[in-house]
Design a protein around this ligand. Structure first.
Ligand SMILES: [Zn+2]
Length: 90
């Protein structure tokens, strides 16, 4: 669709991370509800989440994991979760 606002892929995220492949890509929300709020968009137009192929779902999950492992905000969140779990087991 030529008039689709999600088909025009932005160059990069603010953190300098580029997350894209043949099946899906990540872009920032112009009006984020919280820090790190992103859109993960499949390249193929689909009716809903369940209409995506396993490969497309895998690409989306991979982008999520890569962003969490790379972005400073997300890494800090993961570290906090790990620290909370350790406190509970001590
Ligand atoms: Zn589109």
């Amino acid at each position: 669709m030529s008039d689709c606002p999600f088909c025009a892929e932005p160059a990069a995220l603010a953190e300098g991370i580029e997350l894209h492949n043949a099946l899906a890509y990540v872009r920032e929300d112009k009006y984020p509800v919280s820090p790190g709020h992103l859109f993960i968009i499949p390249r193929r137009h689909a009716e809903d989440w369940l209409s995506l192929t396993l490969e497309e779902l895998g690409a989306i999950i991979l982008h999520i994991i890569r962003f969490w492992l790379t972005a400073a905000i997300a890494v800090n969140s993961i570290v906090k979760v790990i620290m909370l779990k350790r406190k509970r087991t001590d």
